[in-house]
Design a protein around this ligand. Sequence first.
Ligand code: NAD
Length: 440
Amino acid sequence: MPTSDSRDVFDDAIKRLDRAFGYARIDEEALEKLKHPKAILQVSIPLRMDDGSLRIFEGYRVRHDDTRGPTKGGIRYHPNVNLDEVMALAFWMTIKCAVVGIPYGGAKGGITVNPKELSRLELERLSRGFIRQMADFLGPDTDIPAPDVYTNPMVMGWMMDEYSKIARRHTPAVITGKPVELGGSLGRDDATGRGAFYCIQELEKRNGWKPEEVRVAVQGFGNAGQALAGLLHEARYKIVAVSDSTGGIYEPAGFDVPSLVRFKNESRKLKAVYCHDSVCEVIDARQITNEELLTLDVDLLVPAALENQITAENVEQIKAPVIVELANGPTSSEADAALGDRHTLVVPDVLANAGGVVVSYFEWTQNKQGFYWTLEEVHQRLAAIMTREFNSVYDFAEEHGIDMRTAAYAHALNRIGTSIEALGTQHYFNEQTPPVRSST
Ligand code: NAD
């Protein structure tokens, strides 16, 4: 467990900036600015438990950079949440919003808690307590949270409701990922997985893949992993392995994903149980560990759980030639270098999982307008952004002979750099001015 002042994850995350700097048009001052989060708030949240006792939980919110707009990023509930992790996640949000060209900076928040140990009433009180402590830090034009690991639409609804009470006005645009009945957007539930699916469809076109021949392993079977696995299954990809925090299952012939999703969500267990009417059959899939899943002989590997899963320790055993990062930060920078040497194609998190924040942006836009879109409109607009930005990053990588992560960072730095420079850098103030570039 990292100490409260360790910065290993954040320092590893910002290493990517230096690598991308050589390919980006950004002033060194602007780059330096991105190595320091704009603001950090740490709070202690007292929670009255159902048995009458009092427990105190640590909560964090980091606003990384707001040059391009209000900051945006999820709230995670997990026992390992710490400031270092939240800083890294906030940094990735700044890059991600710039990669897909939406008018936000990056933020992230979290509470160090195992939500599985709390009752529903305790969870509601904790979520509302977090907002009471954070209210001055948040706002629809300053910082806008969303769901992340182990938080869901209902948690977002409680948070929006608490904020609205404090602000004494209905404020749906303060948070995204809300239930549709409380101002959420249609299509937000599967947006992260769907965004990655649109990226994979572009890979399919460019590489002439036949979906039924592509074997896929998905680590993490929550919101993001389930949605992508479901869409790939529908498109006839073969999902041969999935896992959750308790371990995984492997079936070389491929799983019926809707049955896995149904059983997991009804029983909280990952098991291949296929039901037709009231008759259910248990498929004898091989039990595997999360470590084994990562090293399976598959064509496409999708880490969709937590950060630091592919590291210097296991990278040599990774066999998949293509990795699509649905989780944030699943690959350490050391592992990244090794994958690059082996020409493994990695579609990086800041692009592959950006569908969630894109539809969060749509939700915020709809809340501000008070005018709501159809599901088809949401899908069309999401597809347009994801395919446009995927192809820009892919072409940039090919043009410069670099990996897609470096290309995505350079693409983002070009956008962030022009915004920072528009406010003036040393060149302007020293009057050696290169003219301000217009952004793409
Ligand atoms: P979730 O809480 O819905 O699901 C997380 C899943 O990961 C669960 O199946 C859980 O059992 C599993 N898991 C937890 N620890 C694990 C471990 N050690 N090994 C394997 N599996 C483990 O969360 P989510 O929203 O699907 O988020 C998953 C990842 O996607 C995170 O990295 C998150 O930051 C990222 N992400 C999510 C969104 C979103 O909109 N939900 C957007 C962008 C990125």
